[in-house]
Design a binder for this molecule. Structure first.
Ligand code: FCB
Length: 443
């Protein structure tokens, strides 16, 4: 088992959450979001569950932040809901929403926690979805305006800020696979979202630089693509998957170029003059965040581009059915620094696993979660030993929460949430983290 002393003195440990997954979007005057619409559409979400109450973090945030602080975490990665601040996405501000994030920020600081904000973690206001959402180029300006409003209020107290959580999920998962809101399965919509999400990222960075804010970054989810066989066709399919998932976004932001292997399929569907947006997309960043969970084994498949499919792998799996593959984290940290970010600080901004509850008496046992976290921290240290500047690690997640299309069924928390009573019960993994992070004994 790791302790703090295994890591450099300035290494940050944190835990992460997101607004729609925990706050309770029915409270405090928040506007409707495309996740509410998606959940209301039969077949999209397990039991058609939505985030109206979630963990009621909106009212219980002080006790939740007490838990973050008591575990010994240094930082808390949270997100701000666009529709809570601007119920129609633009126009009138919901002051209750701004007040909430103001209180939340001060409550973090009072507990000695570094506030790490993500401005968009997927709850697009429905009014903007009506206008085409991420398919509409104007989304970048709407998002820039939201950025200005929320950061005017809390930006002065943020330790770090990233505009958008996981552009691949915003674009590809939601517009090509249709697995997340708005649930489209349309290559043209997907291509536009793939580009507009990065344009919006860049516009938000520009706005925050103009506001004088620093320590700005981006948060990318990366998934290792292993060819399902040694055949050249399988390698090619895996390279396309890697291109769409990983290299498109890192390439756009850090190199001002999209990988040709993806342009082969998407170029006809990109908006006109897309190349002209790279000066905005490549706004200089201060750090890069990687969210890492798993790998996929990829095989060629019949049909139109990208002509690939996922094949079940042999490794042990989490409750999400995701293979446990810590090597991928090490390889990504090394590859990202070598090919994209150089000396820029890297953070693992999300890592964790869903595991079923094992309640015994009043205790929640989750030994698999602890092994998962320890194995990934080991992989992180291996990358550090190779000289990669990894400066922090955030566990996903503090609380069991609304796991998107899986509803409340998949539990990622260090802290168990009873969704009837909303009682919070720290799990064994929480207690083990608290022990590992203690400063007095471990330094
Ligand atoms: C990430 C998301 C987060 C959560 C975890 C399991 O892709 O950022 O909201 O769903 O996966």
């Amino acid at each position: 088992m790791f302790t703090r002393k295994d890591f450099p003195e300035d290494f940050l440990f944190g835990t992460a959450t997101s607004s729609y997954q925990i706050e309770g979007h029915g409270f405090g005057g928040a506007g409707r979001t495309h996740w509410d619409d998606f959940a209301d559409t039969p077949g999209n979400v397990v039991r058609a569950e939505h985030g109206a109450r979630a963990c009621d973090h909106y009212h219980l945030y002080e006790q939740d932040l007490d838990l973050v602080a008591a575990a010994g975490f240094d930082a808390y990665r949270f997100s701000t809901s666009w529709a809570r601040v601007l119920p129609e996405g633009r126009g009138p501000v919901n002051t209750e929403g701004l007040d909430f994030y103001d209180r939340l920020t001060d409550a973090m600081l009072e507990r000695g926690l570094k506030p790490c904000a993500t401005l968009y973690h997927w709850e697009l206001p429905s009014a903007l979805a009506d206008l085409g959402g991420w398919r509409n180029r104007d989304v970048a300006s709407w998002f820039a305006d939201f950025t200005e409003i929320i950061m005017d209020r809390i930006g002065d107290r943020m330790w770090s800020v990233a505009p958008i959580n996981e552009p691949w999920c915003v674009a590809w998962l939601s517009h090509f696979y249709g697995a997340h809101a708005p649930g489209l399965r349309d290559i043209r919509a997907a291509a536009r979202a793939m580009h507009h999400v990065l344009l919006a990222h860049g516009r938000a960075i520009e706005v925050m630089r103009a506001q004088g804010l620093g320590n700005l970054g981006g948060v990318f989810n990366l998934e290792w693509a292993s060819p399902a066989s040694d055949e050249p066709e399988a390698r090619h399919a895996a390279a396309i998957y890697d291109g769409i998932y990983n290299r498109w976004f890192l390439g756009g932001v850090f190199k001002g170029a999209y990988p040709q292997i993806v342009l082969d399929g998407l170029e006809p569907h990109l908006p006109q003059n897309w190349q002209d947006d790279f000066p905005t997309i490549t706004q200089k960043l201060d750090w890069c965040g990687l969210n890492y969970y798993t790998r996929k084994r990829i095989a060629p498949a019949p049909g139109p581009w990208p002509a690939l499919c996922e094949v079940e792998g042999p490794l042990p799996k989490t409750a999400m059915g995701w293979e446990i593959y810590p090597q991928g984290l090490q390889d990504f940290l090394i590859r990202t620094a070598a090919e994209y970010t150089g000396d820029l600080p890297l953070y693992v901004t999300e890592n964790g696993m869903a595991a079923p509850d094992q309640m015994r008496g009043g205790d929640v046992h989750d030994p698999d979660r602890l092994s998962y976290l320890a194995a990934h921290l080991e992989a992180l240290r291996a990358a550090q030993a190779r000289g990669v500047p990894v400066k922090g690690y955030f566990v996903w997640s503090l609380l069991d929460n609304y796991e998107w299309s899986f509803g409340y069924e998949k539990r990622f928390g260090l802290v168990h949430v009873d969704f009837d009573t909303l009682a919070r019960t720290p799990k064994a993994s929480y207690h083990a983290m608290a022990l590992a992070l203690r400063k007095d004994q471990n330094r």
